[in-house]
Design a protein. Structure first.
Ligand code: CO8
Length: 254
């Protein structure tokens, strides 16, 4: 049975909806593999410029599927299928926008940390409750959260397991905007639509560059920025020509 829904609500935009409402969209292995597969499809399809990821109004995702956690043997985080799926999501090169309503916990929050823009519905609750089941974030949370929020806020969330609300998430920089619950997906789609108008190659390079800020020393990433040679793309020539001729650009992604 499918655990996600995939739609194309607007030109250039794919919408992936996590669809295990009865399990609060817990990240079963099957669901993670389906999300990774949908992103692989979106990557391969030149017509897709941006992807929005969402859950339902009660939960974006309540995290790793606790009912799939083994009592012994290979720990869940080291299982090959899950690891491959996480890697695929992590490496998705096009913009990924999260529209988050309800709970975004543990692995669900780690999934958000792999997104590029986060829109939160007013009822969103973000948290890392792993310590409450004698675990800790195992899909990047201990590393990405402090890079994003700083040490003290990350420690507060990870060590207490307490949730933060949408307003706090926005204040701390985990969400860029807060909307009424029934508008978060529409707002994310609107942003996706704006991104879809831009040159796909420039957007892709810009995403890669911004991510470097979290991964590489400044000298190295500044040098990479210069090396990207964006001005040699056909789209850049088209962008300049369109500006001078006062017409909309026709980007081809080359
Ligand atoms: N996994 C599996 N099932 C879940 C999960 C989950 N994470 N969360 C909720 N469910 C299920 C419940 O068991 C329940 O099922 P059933 O109806 O069959 O009893 C159903 O969803 C509805 O749940 P609730 O009745 O509890 O719904 P509420 O709306 O009252 O509460 C909460 C929602 C707050 C989300 C609550 O369900 C909860 O606290 N869930 C657990 C959240 C959590 O601890 N997440 C972190 C998981 S661990 C993780 O993500 C990373 C681990 C990495 C390393 C692991 C190494 C071992």
């Amino acid at each position: 049975m499918k655990t996600i829904k995939v739609a194309r609500p607007a030109d250039g935009v794919t919408l992936i909806t996590l669809d295990r409402p009865k399990a609060r969209n817990a990240l079963s292995k099957a669901l993670l593999i389906e999300v990774a597969g949908a992103l692989d499809d979106a990557e391969a399809d030149d017509a897709v410029r941006c992807v929005v990821l969402t859950g339902d109004e009660r939960a974006f995702s309540a995290g790793a599927d606790i009912k799939e956690m083994p009592e012994g043997g290979i720990p869940m985080w080291a299982e090959a299928g899950r690891l491959k799926a996480w890697k695929s999501i992590e490496r998705f090169p096009k913009p990924l926008i999260a529209a988050v309503n309800g709970y975004a916990l543990g692995g669900g929050c780690e999934l958000i940390l792999l997104c590029d823009i986060v829109i939160a519905g007013e009822n969103a609750r973000f948290g890392f409750p792993e310590v409450k089941i004698a675990a800790f974030p195992g899909d990047g949370g201990t590393q990405r959260l402090p890079r994003l929020l700083g040490k003290f806020r990350a420690m507060m969330m990870i060590l207490t397991g307490d949730f933060i609300d949408a307003a706090t998430a926005q204040d701390w920089g985990l969400a860029v905007e807060v909307t009424p619950v029934d508008q978060s997906v529409d707002r994310a789609l609107e942003i996706a639509g704006t991104i879809a108008q831009n040159s796909p190659i420039a957007v892709r390079m810009a995403k890669a560059e911004v991510l470097m800020a979290f991964e590489k020393p400044l000298d190295e990433s500044l040098s990479m920025e210069r090396q990207m040679l964006l001005w040699q793309t056909e789209d850049h020539d088209e962008g300049i020509a369109a500006f001078i001729e006062k017409r909309p650009p026709r980007f081809k992604g080359r």
